[in-house]
Write a protein that binds this ligand. Structure first.
Ligand code: CO
Length: 428
């Protein structure tokens, strides 16, 4: 697969994957097209060793795997969620003719980046159908229908000087203006959208939702030489896409698995998060009971893939001189002696070897010694199932902004390396 084709596919995926639900749906379609079969957790599994399978939990986390062997699984992990603004359960606010929605902050979003953007709404609706069944379906309005205007500089001389935003007061989004004869009904708007996207849904009444706002600006190649990818949710959809592509494109020889967890941005403690039981319960079903499971774990390895901090040229003092990764200079091994990353010298060596063998560049990130370090699903997965793990990712700028920036070549390098990891390398 050529770089241009891979990168265009990634931009299309990011555009589609506006919520964790849509990310899982898009990944499931890619897997299905490649011959993977869906398994339901509530059914008995009769697995064949010559094909791939995938499992979805709560529409927002996914595990795909191929073969299941006592010699261990080559595993990779990513997350499907990104920081965003979620619509509250009773969101309606009406002030000065404006119909607004109250919003909850999901994860550590950079709030002032959400001002003055053309926003849309997407997510999952759970409803009662005409035949009195509770069902769920995904919707995505795909058009700019909400805005959060910034306060004019004349009314606040600190505008642009400080990034402290009061999330309760300043974030309610404007959907439209109400005129005299209007009787605004948010649920009716959702019902119309639901019927439009799912003509067979037979919706009687909407019961609840998981809806969020997203920026409608498409991801794009930017820069004079088109060396960069700008877009929303690059953390961590780049890794989801790269993980799925490498799994699909590796040969059918080795037991391997990709887990894409929801809720990383809010601490991972949930039934679908990396601190929950999803991965362990799937692995247990792939193994004979008892000792065999522990043998499989001992022979397995996990690469946790989540974006890394690339060096920002305007803030180089924020990085360790020798451990600040550059954009387009290869994936990054993340190391932290306080175990905020799960990497150790053995697992890092394996990854470094894979890069060397493929003739591809690799970099290392260590946070400045006078700063606290972020974390990700690597240490949580390692602690939950005891598998040897390392943390890596492509370098990015503006992490958690509404529009992040990555190098265009790093994901393609990572794709090639993960593909080899899933299949070819026999040295570890
Ligand atoms: Co992330």
């Amino acid at each position: 697969m050529e770089e241009a084709q891979f990168t265009q596919g990634m931009l299309d995926f990011i555009q589609r994957a506006t919520t964790p639900f849509h990310a899982v749906q898009a990944m499931a379609e890619m897997l299905k097209t490649s011959g993977f079969k869906r398994l339901l957790e509530g059914d008995a599994w009769n697995l064949r060793s010559d094909r791939g399978y995938y499992v979805i939990r709560n529409d927002s986390s996914l595990i795909a795997f191929r073969k299941c062997a006592s010699q261990g699984m080559r595993m990779a992990g990513t997350h499907t969620d990104s920081p965003c603004l979620k619509i509250k359960p009773d969101p309606i606010i009406i002030r000065k003719t404006f119909f607004q929605l109250g919003l909850e902050v999901y994860g550590s979003a950079i709030l002032d980046a959400w001002f003055d953007r053309d926003l849309s709404i997407a997510g999952r609706i759970t409803y009662l159908s005409g035949d009195r069944k509770i069902r769920s379906a995904l919707i995505d309005f795909k058009k700019p229908l909400a805005v959060i205007p910034r306060l004019a500089v004349h009314l606040n001389r600190d505008t642009g000087k400080s990034s402290s935003v009061n999330a309760q007061n300043e974030l309610p989004a404007i959907l439209f203006q109400i005129f005299d004869c209007d009787t605004p009904d948010f649920k009716k708007m959702l019902t119309i959208q639901l019927r439009q996207e799912h003509p067979d849904c037979n919706v009687a009444s909407i019961l609840q939702w998981d809806l969020l706002l997203y920026d409608t600006q498409s991801p794009a190649l930017v820069g004079y030489k088109e060396n960069f990818i700008a877009g929303a949710r690059l953390d961590n959809l780049i890794s989801c896409y790269t993980g799925i592509k490498s799994l699909i494109n590796s040969e059918l020889q080795r037991s391997c698995l990709l887990v894409c967890n929801n809720h990383e941005e809010v601490g991972s403690v949930s039934s679908v998060g990396a601190s929950g039981p999803f991965l362990k319960s799937v692995l247990e079903r792939l193994s004979e009971p008892g000792e065999a499971f522990h043998r499989m774990i001992d022979h397995s390895m996990m690469i946790s893939v989540d974006n890394a901090h690339g060096v920002h040229p305007n803030y180089i003092y924020k990085y360790d001189d020798n451990h600040g990764p550059l954009l387009n200079r290869g994936p990054v091994i993340k190391i932290n002696s306080n175990q905020r990353y799960a990497t150790d010298s053995k697992t890092a060596a394996c990854f470094r070897y894979l890069c060397q063998k493929a003739g591809l560049p690799v970099q290392t990130f260590v946070v400045r010694s006078d700063m606290a370090c972020g974390s990700t699903i690597g240490p949580l997965t390692a602690a939950a199932i005891g598998v040897k793990t390392l943390d890596i990712g492509v370098p990015t700028l503006a992490m958690h902004s509404i529009r992040e920036l990555a190098g265009r070549y790093d994901a393609y390098y990572l794709f090639k390396i993960l593909r080899d990891y899933f299949d070819l390398a026999k040295e570890f």
